[in-house]
Design a protein around this ligand. Structure first.
Ligand code: ZN
Length: 342
């Protein structure tokens, strides 16, 4: 089975490497180097996504397996006259979820500056209506940790519109097995897949069919898996399972998504995954995610003619301060392994 120790180690490495959509090259180098260690064939597409190929016992069928390594983030929109940064979001989230967060500004020539995301009325000692203030593009700004008083001062640092703003991931694995971090969507799944590859390499496991693993880099902005390599017959996207309201997935389960905003996933493939989860006695839940789309949806919209399904570890407070449990990662890994080997 997968090594929990390795899973935690690689997951921490991936989670703490900033990679908002559009700035994913560093984390993809880590993924590539990791896969190279396991001696599987790996390459990057022109768009920068990672394709890993594993020969199967029967190469007449090719399974596509995907996860995305890009995350939420922000970009500098403008510099205020007082030397603060206005931002524009990358991906879909509430400003409330990043308020107070430490961040890094990464310039186009790779200089880095630290800062904090605050509202324009960040002190209750001064602003009577601070509590009632809205949180929109206008009210949110970045305080840079440099002695800057004017727009010119900020420009002199080399910071400009279009620079990336990345959030502190706050990654923490507790003794009770919880993984608290931003960007578990979908780095949890990338970690699971790398742990499965480590297991395949260590135990010399050959999958039933040829597998092409796609680690994509534009999912959060809607076009991660708009490309699909030649010959893929079936596609399984691994992305976080939504939790909350009347959904049944927990932080301990592998979630099997029957339908999301993009519509129902493939009937037969989804049934097959449910059967495998039952047979392997996994903790699993079948759910619909009301406000969600995946790379499988992106592939469908791009016009690819393949049946597609979606599974992933249950993640609480997604696109906010996320948390999952090692159990969910293990259940997801086991379902992937059953799917690829049986
Ligand atoms: Zn995702």
């Amino acid at each position: 089975m997968i090594s929990i120790e390795y899973l935690h180690e690689i997951l921490t490495k991936v989670l703490t490497t900033p990679s908002p959509s559009g700035y994913t090259h560093n984390v993809l180098e880590i993924v590539k180097d990791t896969v190279n260690e396991f001696k599987f064939s790996v390459s990057l597409t022109k768009k920068g996504a990672c394709v890993i190929e594993i020969d199967g016992k029967d190469p007449s069928k090719v399974i596509g397996l995907s996860a995305h390594v890009d995350t939420l983030g922000a970009m500098v929109r403008s510099i205020t006259t007082k030397g603060y940064l206005k931002i524009t979001p990358i991906g879909n989230y509430m400003y409330q979820t990043i308020e107070g967060e430490y961040c890094k500004i990464i310039t186009r020539n790779n200089k880095e500056f630290s800062g904090t995301i605050l509202t324009t009325k960040p002190s209750v000692h001064v602003f009577k209506d601070a509590r009632q203030q809205k949180r929109t593009d206008k009210e949110i700004e970045v305080r840079i940790d440099e002695k800057v008083k004017t727009k010119k001062d900020v420009e002199n640092l080399g910071i400009n519109s279009g620079d990336f703003v990345v959030f502190d991931s706050r990654t923490l694995i507790t003794p009770s097995g919880f993984i608290k971090s931003r960007h578990l969507d979908d780095k949890a799944s990338v970690g699971i897949i790398l742990a499965v590859l480590e297991y395949f390499h260590r135990e010399k496991i050959v999958p039933k069919n040829t597998v092409k693993i796609l680690i994509t880099n534009y999912e959060e902005v809607g076009h991660g898996l708009s490309f699909l390599p030649e010959g893929i017959d079936e596609l399984l996207a691994v992305d976080m399972g939504a939790i909350g309201d009347d959904l049944t997935t927990t932080e301990y389960d592998v979630s099997i998504c029957a339908k999301d905003s993009s519509g129902p996933y493939d009937f037969h493939l989804t049934n097959h995954l449910i059967e495998l989860a039952k047979k392997s006695k996994l903790d699993y839940a079948v759910d619909i995610y009301p406000y969600y789309g995946s790379d499988a949806s992106a592939a469908m919209r791009a016009g690819h003619d393949v049946p597609a399904a979606l599974i992933g570890p249950g993640v609480h407070a997604s696109h906010s301060l996320e948390r999952t449990h090692t159990d969910a990662l293990v259940n997801t890994a086991k379902l992937i392994i059953s799917y690829l080997t049986q």
